[in-house]
Design a binder for this molecule. Structure first.
Ligand code: ZN
Length: 384
């Protein structure tokens, strides 16, 4: 069977690469809409871009009026600025939210109707050039054909996709992640780990995604605890930036599975940040998936040096699970209760969450058979 692999048109990595941005937007347009979060702006990172644009006589407008993860309302606001200001290309700099807003703006500029009309469809028609510059090491959005946007009217965190949502240029400058606070380092780093593990254990895994996923998993186990404890650690931050990119490229081409499927509804209804809800789910979901892919779990344990060749597949797979628990513990991931979510409120939403998870399509890429009842049971287990 033919296997497709898509990636950004150009990937630029390395410390200080943001300063070279002018080189990579040649011919993209006359006026950029820069989508950025206010923290990135305050840190002076957006100015590096605007200075570069000015030197090239390219004008710009800025959309930074958002907090938290993208909603359809934010997309409508950003799109109206894009049109009113006559912008003709997009630059997204920030965490996953800024990049996802950028992609959704490109999608809705090219298409009629509402964002929710495109759930489950391939979004096409995008001609706008996009430059993605992540300031966290986690979402991998710079290298994916997805954008995740919550619909405030339906309470659904929508997974929207299309090969044309892939950024034309991704600039991965680890310098941008150096001041990331520990909590953000943990949640985004574990999001990247989730991407890599899910990519490696997805039904759609393929040789190229396997290579990237295993490489990301190794880097994350080696360097996430270091980056978490020492925010300034140059080497750890650089390694995590590459890991997030690798993991993004991996799941972009082989899909995420059960964890992400179950994580989005928790995020939509209980406002748990994406990386945290993933991390909360990792152990319960992977324990379930493991029974369908012991060899793959054993591979991961061996890749990170936690198991060796003399360990049986069974033992090595279990070792990997204990390593997952350990890294979540090291990164101080709370439980649902610890996060302040009441049991009653959570249980009241399990039916809706399980259905929304199933509809997203991600859970069915899990290597082990499952249905909506299994997901409900896993949500219950997660709380207890
Ligand atoms: Zn994710």
């Amino acid at each position: 069977m033919a296997k497709e692999f898509i990636a950004p048109g150009k990937i630029v990595t390395g410390k200080g690469s943001l300063k070279e941005v002018a080189k990579y937007i040649e011919g993209f347009g006359k006026k950029a809409l820069i989508v950025c979060d206010q923290i990135t702006e305050k840190l002076g990172k957006v100015k590096i871009i605007t200075d570069a644009l000015s030197k090239k006589d390219i004008s710009f407008a800025i959309y930074d009026d958002f907090l938290g993860e993208p909603t359809n309302v934010m997309i409508a606001d950003a799109l109206s600025i894009y049109r009113k200001e006559n912008c003709d290309f997009l630059i997204g700099i920030g965490g996953g939210s800024a990049l996802d807003i950028m992609k959704a703006v490109a999608a809705m500029d090219a298409n009629e109707g509402k964002l929710s009309d495109y759930m489950g469809k391939e979004i096409t028609g995008i001609k706008t050039k996009m430059v993605a510059i992540p300031t966290t090491a986690g979402t991998g959005s710079e290298a994916t054909q997805f954008t995740i946007v919550s619909d405030v009217d339906t309470g659904v965190k929508m997974l929207l996709k299309g090969a044309q949502l892939m950024p034309d240029v991704a600039i991965i400058d680890p310098e941008l992640t150096m001041t990331l606070p520990p909590k953000m380092t943990a949640s985004t780093g574990l999001d990247a780990l989730t991407h890599a593990v899910e990519a490696y254990t997805s039904r759609k895994a393929q040789p190229l995604t396997d290579t990237l996923a295993i490489s990301a998993i190794k880097r994350i186990f080696n360097y996430l605890p270091l980056a978490f404890h020492d925010e300034g650690s140059d080497v750890a931050r650089t390694q995590m930036s590459i890991a997030a990119l690798e993991a993004g490229m991996a799941f972009n081409n082989s899909s995420v599975t059960l964890v992400h499927g179950m994580s989005r509804p928790i995020g939509a209804l209980f406002h748990v940040p994406h990386g945290i809800s993933n991390a909360m789910l990792l152990s319960v979901c992977l324990e379930y998936a493991k029974e369908g892919a012991k060899e793959r779990f054993a591979d991961m344990a061996r890749a990170i040096g936690a198991a060796n060749d003399s360990d049986s597949v069974e033992v090595a797979a279990d070792i990997f699970m204990s390593q997952i628990k350990k890294i979540c513990h090291v990164c101080q991931i709370p439980t649902l209760a610890g996060y302040g979510i009441e049991k009653e409120a959570f249980f009241a939403q399990i039916d809706k969450m399980a259905e929304d998870a199933m509809i997203s399509g991600s859970p069915s890429n899990t290597v082990r058979e499952l249905d909506v009842e299994v997901i409900k049971e896993l949500y219950r287990k997660l709380y207890d």
